[in-house]
Design a protein around this ligand. Structure first.
Ligand code: ZN
Length: 256
């Protein structure tokens, strides 16, 4: 089984299109939330995400942009973008976002994994540090794999015999300009895996991020992390044309 892992697309259709073009073959898509917010193509992104099907977990921006939560928890720029999204998003996409399930989600076919936006303990938790990850990886009903998003940072954490360590991909570049890094997943260890953000990476790399998880009958599972160049100037131009804050355009070019 091959799972295509997408997270934090954030209304960036240029990045999503580039990711889907570069993605290897897969059996099912898992979307870890924040489909909308920040950038300027919420309807186009909802359209494409809905057409792909698969498993979708809701994110905090999906809640805010569909009117499920008020914007008091958001910073000024995020709130301005959420308000703008509410005004342009079609009624149908708004209703679809509002009905998305809260994580953790699980799949019968993949009982060793769970899928969350923030963390298994709290859909809005940012898992940025080893102590936070250690607490999530040692929950009484923990799974072998926790796939998460929300931080916009590609990589994650490994739990091995009482110790938790962070990891980041060390990419190899292909002629196509797509970077990738494959990590073998060892049995008996536990992992928190973040595919990174498709539409607003924050790890100082502007390229769109995603991942592919591959389960193998011999128990040799692996995850491959990808970085894909996309037409970022086009996304920035749309952000500015929509009169969204300029900072949302500049941060895309910096990957921050
Ligand atoms: Zn996000």
């Amino acid at each position: 089984m091959r799972l295509l892992l997408l997270s934090d697309i954030h209304s960036n259709i240029e990045a999503l299109n580039a990711v889907l073009e570069a993605a290897p073959e897969y059996d099912r898509v898992v979307n870890l939330g924040d489909i909308v917010g920040y950038n300027a193509s919420p309807n186009e992104v909802c359209e494409r995400v809905r057409a792909m099907g698969g498993l979708v977990v809701r994110g905090n921006h999906d809640r805010a942009c569909s009117g499920l939560t008020d914007l008091s928890e958001f910073n000024l720029i995020a709130a301005m973008s959420a308000r703008w999204t509410q005004t342009v998003l079609s009624e149908e996409h708004t209703a679809w976002l509002r009905d998305l399930p809260e994580g953790p989600l699980r799949e019968d076919k993949f009982p060793s994994a769970e899928f969350v936006h923030g963390s298994p303990r709290d859909e809005d938790e940012y898992v940025l540090s080893t102590p936070t990850a250690a607490a999530d990886l040692q929950l009484p009903d923990h799974r072998e794999f926790i796939f998460f998003g929300h931080t916009h940072l590609q990589g994650g954490f490994i739990y091995d015999a009482g110790r938790t360590q962070a990891f980041v991909p060390t990419y190899e570049e292909a002629a196509s300009g797509v970077l990738s890094w494959t990590m073998a997943l060892r049995p008996r260890l536990r992992y928190m895996i973040n595919p990174g953000s498709v539409g607003q990476p924050r790890d100082n790399d502007w390229r769109a991020a995603f991942a592919l998880y591959e389960a193998n009958e011999a128990g040799l599972d692996q995850v491959t992390f990808f970085r894909v160049p996309y037409h970022v100037e086009q996304t920035q131009a749309k952000v500015l044309a929509a009169n969204l804050p300029e900072r949302l355009a500049t941060r895309l070019g910096l990957g921050r």
